[in-house]
Design a protein around this ligand. Structure first.
Ligand SMILES: Cc1cc2nc3c(=O)[nH]c(=O)nc-3n(C[C@H](O)[C@H](O)[C@H](O)COP(=O)(O)OP(=O)(O)OC[C@H]3O[C@@H](n4cnc5c(N)ncnc54)[C@H](O)[C@@H]3O)c2cc1C
Length: 416
């Protein structure tokens, strides 16, 4: 069986792996000159079931409104002439009730937990190196009342299997000595013990090597998919910058590119970009640097250590297909870095970029079949794609192979 996996991010590469392992003849198609260069290489690196909360929540509409008035909110909106922003936005607003937020959070959590188990098995089987750190993650609070509110919020995840502990500032410093000199600046943290971190780009590179060398996956780089061509209820070819490519099955794993290509065969995928800012700094030799990944819940910056580098990311901005950035967009990140980790890294030698999270209005990704019998979706992983990639790849491969996925798919936006 010939399968074309379209998109060479962490979602595409993991999907190629599971399909090739099951005996499919897989070709992976990617427009860039290397794999994993988009969202998969800019993320915060946190594998975080403990961060499964749905963005569409009762607080979100107010945040979006405040952002339009210049507020530094967690989720921001930039008005544009793109009609899709508003159709997507209306669907997002519909998900902002307390009931739906809870439901969507629990669906994401289940998927994240499943994905972690699949990833652990894969990493062990293939000996994949990706600078993994398995010490949990810290959700850090600067104010006692907010820490208390955070504990109440996180209880939902604890009730559904996440192991957590609440640490005061001293406890945080005992866990990660980088906080010793700055204990006075924090109230404490919730540590999700099940979370971990690692370098998604390195993971992609090493898994792609297994795919190519061990499983015979063909990788076509520098190949842009411009459209699909349908013949009745089947996809007949992918039209690309390198010509027409044909297969028995097709997987759309193009991140924010998925809805653009899906539209060429009349499929409307509710995936819209949420822009984030990502920076990477070389660690100072002998400097005190973080050893546990985390998120500052006040300044909304996430961090993790990726080998000898420190990754910091922030912001979720609905601003369309815009990869642009200015130095000002990184003020928040640099303020946090110098405030909490002043000795960790060389902040004069940062690599800066913006990248786009492929968001669905409710949060969970879009998996499985739609109206065409041989077009499978694996897209829309939003802010959790590094965490969910292995699990969703396994599910999509199972669906294609006619196997029952090990995860109960109830509530997931699977299109059969
Ligand atoms: C700032 C930021 C921080 C994040 N932090 C975390 C985190 O800590 N933990 C977590 O779990 N997730 C995090 N994420 C989310 C995660 O990075 C994404 O969900 C994940 O990378 C999505 O993977 P993907 O393979 O679907 O998309 P991508 O990595 O974007 O890959 C899609 C690929 O398709 C290719 N492509 C697109 N269009 C075409 C086309 N027409 N033809 C050919 N190729 C095409 C692209 O070049 C790209 O390589 C973060 C994201 C951002 C932006």
């Amino acid at each position: 069986m010939k399968t074309l996996v379209l998109g060479g991010g962490v979602v595409g590469v993991t999907t190629a792996y599971f399909l090739a392992k099951a005996g499919h003849e897989v070709t992976l198609v990617e427009e860039k000159e290397a794999l994993g260069l988009e969202a998969s290489s800019g993320n915060a690196g946190i594998i975080a079931p403990g961060h499964s909360f749905a963005w569409a929540s009762p607080r979100a509409p107010r945040m979006l409104w405040d952002s339009l008035r210049g507020g530094e909110t967690a989720i921001r909106l930039r008005l544009s002439s793109d009609v899709r922003l508003y159709t997507w936005g209306l669907r997002f607003l519909r998900e902002c009730t307390a009931d739906r937020a809870r439901r969507n959070t629990l669906i994401k959590l289940r998927l994240c937990q499943y994905s972690q188990a699949v990833m652990t098995e894969l990493v062990r089987a293939e000996q994949i190196e990706y600078h993994a750190i398995a010490k949990g993650a810290l959700y850090l609070y600067r104010d006692g009342a907010e820490l208390e509110a955070g504990v109440k919020k996180m209880a939902l995840l604890a009730e559904h299997g996440q192991k957590q502990e609440v640490l005061d500032a001293r406890g945080v410093a005992q866990l990660d000595p980088v906080f010793e000199p700055v204990q006075g600046k924090i109230a404490g943290a919730i540590r999700d013990l099940g979370d971990s971190s690692g370098d998604a780009r390195l993971f992609v590179d090493n898994l792609a090597r297994v795919c190519r060398d061990k499983l015979g996956v063909a990788v076509k780089l520098g190949t842009r998919v411009t459209a699909l061509r349908a013949d009745a209820d089947r996809i007949d070819a992918a039209l690309t910058s390198a010509g027409e490519l044909k297969a028995d099955n097709y997987v759309l794993a193009l991140g924010v590119g998925a809805p653009i290509v899906a539209r060429t065969v009349g499929v409307g995928l509710p995936v819209y970009p949420a822009k984030g800012y990502s920076s990477t700094f070389p660690l100072k030799p002998g400097g005190r640097a973080p050893t546990v990944p985390g998120v500052d819940e006040k300044w909304l910056v996430g961090w993790s250590r990726l080998g000898d580098r420190l990754r910091l990311t922030s912001t979720a901005e609905f601003a369309g297909y815009d990869w642009g950035w200015t130095p000002r967009d990184f003020n928040n990140i640099l303020r946090l870095a110098r405030d909490l980790f002043p000795e960790a890294a060389d902040y004069d030698r940062g690599e800066y970029r913006a990248c786009l999270r492929p968001m669905t209005p409710d949060g969970p990704p879009i998996l499985g079949l739609g109206q065409h019998r041989n077009l499978f979706f694996n897209a829309g992983h939003g802010h959790m794609g590094w965490t969910m990639a292995c699990g969703t790849a396994r599910i999509v491969a199972d669906l294609m192979l006619g196997r029952m996925p090990a995860l109960d798919l109830e509530g997931l936006t699977v299109r059969r």
